[in-house]
Design a protein around this ligand. Structure first.
Ligand code: SF4
Length: 295
């Protein structure tokens, strides 16, 4: 019997779901991953092999003890790698590779999205618009109209000129922004994201971006010193989401997830499924938004 694609659950136990390595063969900028949040195969574009980020999250999985290799994005190389991986996946080659071969083959052949998501923050690129243009051109040339272009971002650089121009390119090519919001107050934000970027800049950027197109909010909730996010912080977090909506921002979904891999800070640990669901219920009740959990 043919299994309907919509009935397939992308289970967390699949090795290809667990493994979010951004190293694929001898590629530098492009890698495949099975993503539960994308609902299948996501082709990642790592614009930061140099590992540069303006945040230093206590849960970050990027190992910065090992220096990055490349400091500049070679657009021609990125175009060639992306084209090669798209064709390899579509032709069924990826489905036969280790880890991907335990999934039904159509999952590894159907490219759900091409995501700017790397070892650092993509909006720090001075030529983000050129990167978006390359991805849009390849996507069109390969006939992937339904495939999204996703920008996974900490939102700190959404107000720069190159990123605004890149977002306009994405808007015309089935683009979507997934912006990080892990806190409701400046204090908790500083505790979790450890950055000099002001919290109000991040909030303003999320609002302005969401005013121009619907966005997805991505929030990593975790335990710090064995304590889940305090109740008043969760209320403040809900308030920040409501403020965005009240000021004309469109939030398509909120994705709540937790730590999946070892963290650089021992006190930062994962929440249980029940704890994450309990937090999601509060946010749903407070905001009326669609909140999905990924434990
Ligand atoms: S924003 Fe992302 S890459 Fe940067 S420190 Fe946080 S988790 Fe790591």
């Amino acid at each position: 019997m043919r299994v309907a694609e919509s009935t397939i659950e992308i289970k967390n136990s699949f090795a290809a779901v667990q493994d979010h390595t951004r190293v694929y063969k001898d590629f530098t900028f492009v890698y495949p991953v099975i993503s539960r949040r994308s609902g299948g195969l996501s082709i990642g574009i790592n614009l930061n092999p140099d590992k540069v980020c303006n945040f230093d999250c206590i849960y970050c999985e990027v190992d910065r003890r090992v220096p990055g290799k490349v400091t500049n994005v070679d657009l021609n190389q990125m175009r060639d790698e992306l084209t090669a991986l798209i064709r390899f996946a579509r032709d069924g080659g990826l489905a036969m590779e280790e880890k991907f071969d335990e999934l039904p083959p159509f999952i590894s052949r159907n490219i759900k999205d091409i995501a700017f998501s790397g070892d650092g923050e993509p909006t720090m690129l001075h030529n983000f618009d050129e990167c978006a243009r390359v991805v849009a051109d390849v996507k069109r040339a390969e006939g992937l109209e339904k495939t999204k272009i996703v920008l996974i971002t900490d939102a700190a650089g959404l107000d720069t000129g190159a990123v605004r121009r890149g977002l306009e390119i994405m808007d015309s090519n089935n683009g979507e922004v997934w912006g990080k919001l892990d806190a409701g107050t400046e204090g908790y934000y500083k505790l979790i994201n450890r950055t000099t970027v002001r919290f109000d800049r991040v909030l303003r950027n999320l609002l302005e971006t969401a005013r121009a197109r619907p966005i997805v909010i991505q929030s990593l909730f975790l335990k710090v010193d064995d304590q889940v996010m305090p109740a008043d912080e969760l209320e403040a977090y809900s308030d920040r989401l409501e403020e965005i909506v009240r000021a004309g921002g469109q939030i398509r979904e909120v994705h709540l997830y937790t730590v999946a891999r070892p963290t650089p800070v021992a006190a930062a640990t994962r929440m249980s499924r029940e704890e994450l669901e309990a937090a999601a219920s509060v946010v749903r009740k407070n905001t009326g938004l669609k909140v999905l959990t990924f434990d």
